[in-house]
Design a protein. Structure first.
Length: 163
């Protein structure tokens, strides 16, 4: 995906610091719980290293050469079958409201389909209303309870989409 000076690409080792900053600043900006969320995940400071197995990938979005957000796909931990998880989708305020989130999700879902996943799960938090609306418009349906074992017990919204 490319839009003028916007580039979506696979994460590189030198992106770790900037994407961690974007993720953690989003939690602070929205006053989201830090415990039981991506804020405290051991993989958040080492995103490149955390997405090196088969059938998983983290994508970053950069504007003018600066990483401003990202999202990834991994097999849903603790779940049987071909279910992936859309993970750690966070954008800096400068990128929000420009239609780039939809493009990033569609990019991730295409990767997931190409890897043979049949469903995509995600977890999000109350208060991220723009993201929740976007997930619904793309076809994610809310669930009554979480799937798998992500360790994100502070996320109160669980969603699933067939691919």
């Amino acid at each position: 995906m490319s839009k003028d000076n916007i580039v979506v690409r696979e994460i590189r080792p030198d992106d770790n610091t900037q994407i961690e900053k974007v993720i953690k600043q989003t939690f602070i900006e929205y006053n989201l719980p830090k415990v039981g969320t991506a804020y405290e995940d051991a993989e958040t400071p080492v995103m490149y290293e955390s997405y090196q197995a088969l059938k998983e990938q983290y994508f970053v979005i950069e504007e003018n050469g600066i990483v401003q957000g990202g999202a990834g796909i991994k097999k849903l931990k603790g779940c049987e079958g071909s279910v992936c998880e859309l993970q750690k989708m966070y954008f800096s305020p400068e990128l929000r409201g420009r239609g780039l989130g939809k493009g990033m999700i569609l990019h991730c879902l295409e990767f997931a389909r190409n890897e043979g996943y049949e469903q995509c799960y995600l977890e999000t938090a109350h208060g991220l209303n723009e993201a929740l609306g976007l997930y619904r418009r793309i076809g994610f349906q809310e669930l009554d309870e979480p799937m798998g074992n992500t360790g994100h017990y502070s996320c109160g919204i669980w969603m699933l989409k067939s691919l």
